[in-house]
Design a protein around this ligand. Structure first.
Ligand SMILES: [Ca+2]
Ligand SMILES: [Ca+2]
Length: 243
């Protein structure tokens, strides 16, 4: 995971057995304890680690294991127990819709949630569908912003969460790199109206040092020494050709 970054502590498998559930989803821990599957076409539901997670990175894969339906899968960051129903909620929502439908277009986006998105457990019209009201749309993903997920397709994800920066990569491609002042809280998995969603091979690791891993995928740049050798080589080539 996080192959585009340098200087990271080793990723370790996450133990999801003590994660918690909010909402009416049916989240089933898989035998390996580092995977969970949500089976219902439900109102917003979150499966979360229930501990402050700023300074860490979460990785793994996500796959919708059915051709049925075309709704929302994703993640929450800075989530606290009960936030689905709380007026005091303040967390970040990364959601990804397969199909364009009345009220929202296909693709991945990031939003800030400040308040309930499932008041009374019956709010199916939901700010979370239209990204209005208590859900403030921030931006669409860089390459997947207007692209829905594919059925029965596993995507690798990496999420880096600090108090001032959030990065999300899908299949090692940076989708979000947003700076701000973010409340601490849990990592969580998020489904809304989408059944048969598997999160697997979940790992945790220390977030990159902001001083060294500030978001840009390292690019192979010639060092002064190798650059000099390259110039010498080119000069030699020119000299050789002149001869
Ligand atoms: Ca589908
Ligand atoms: Ca649905």
């Amino acid at each position: 995971m996080l192959s585009g970054f340098v200087g990271l502590a080793h990723a370790v498998p996450a133990d999801l057995s003590d994660w918690e559930i909010d909402g009416s989803g049916n989240w089933t821990l898989q035998a390996s304890n580092d995977a969970v599957k949500q089976s219902l076409n439900s109102r917003p539901t979150v499966f979360f680690n229930n501990r402050d997670s700023q300074g860490t990175a979460l990785g793994g894969s996500i796959e919708v294991q059915t051709p049925g339906d075309d709704d929302f899968v994703g993640f929450v960051l800075g989530y606290n127990d009960g936030d689905l129903f709380a007026d005091t909620a303040d967390y970040i929502l990364v959601d990804w819709k397969q199909g364009t439908q009345s009220g929202w277009d296909a693709g991945m986006s990031v939003s800030r949630v400040t308040g309930s998105i499932d008041a009374g457990g019956t709010d199916t019209s939901a700010d979370a569908w239209t990204h209005t009201g208590n859900v403030t749309f921030l931006e669409r993903a860089r390459t997947l912003g207007n692209t829905g997920w594919d059925d029965n397709t596993s995507y690798l994800f990496d999420i880096i969460f600090t108090e001032s920066n959030i990065k999300v990569l899908v299949d090692d491609v940076l989708q979000f790199d947003i700076s701000g002042a973010f409340q601490n809280g849990s990592f969580g998995f998020y489904n809304f109206s989408q059944p048969q969603v598997l999160y697997a091979g979940i790992t945790e690791e220390e977030a990159p040092d902001p001083g060294t891993g500030n978001g840009e995928t390292p690019v192979a740049v010639p060092t002064p020494a190798s650059f000099g050798l390259m110039i010498l080589g080119l000069l030699g080539l020119v000299v050789t050709r002149r001869r």
